[in-house]
Write a protein that binds this ligand. Sequence first.
Ligand SMILES: N[C@@H](CCC(=O)N[C@@H](CS)C(=O)NCC(=O)O)C(=O)O
Length: 208
Amino acid sequence: MKLYITNGSPYARIVRVVILEKGLTDRVEIIVAKTRHANSPYYSINPSGRVPYLVRDDGVGLEESAVICAYLDRLDGKPAFDLPAGAQAWEARRLEALARSMLDGLAVLGREYRRPEHERSPTILLHEADRARRMMDLWEQQIDQPMFHGALNLAQITLACALGFAGLIPEFHWRPGHAKLGNWFDQISANPSLAATAPPSPARVPVP
Ligand SMILES: N[C@@H](CCC(=O)N[C@@H](CS)C(=O)NCC(=O)O)C(=O)O
């Protein structure tokens, strides 16, 4: 299989973490795609131009990090990232969606800051920075949930990748006022699959 990524993409990182956790490194070739470039050859592979994109062994391509993770997790018939049983399944869905919601906003914020200054929209910057701050406040409360302190799950991976991406936006400082969240992030970042996929330094990250 082939997984197309960019080094700075937090969505691609979620999939890369799952590949490591599932021991699939020998089965998935990771290829850095050229995104957001007119006429990139990558567009003939994935017309949407987005990453992550998994080309399966049968040649079929899959988009969306959650779909790709679910596919890879089930390959061995022993899913490690399935939803827990009963009411906890809704908690898992709720928290993963909340983490993804913050990540979606941060992705817009990061992208806007990486445009040339004269192309940036002050309205979008303000809107997304406000959203991100509200979400960080919410996470400072939610991080006590047992689901964030047990075995690695997709809500944890998504939140860790969102916070890792926030750290790539030099203009956005999320740690002040969010000590619990910061501690959680520091601890989970030491996990080998997260450490191995840590994003490159801000100066080298292309627009996701
Ligand atoms: N919902 C998608 C989001 C994927 C996404 O937005 N990827 C960005 C990189 S972080 C991208 O490919 N951007 C390139 C473009 O928009 O052309 C997922 O979860 O996979």
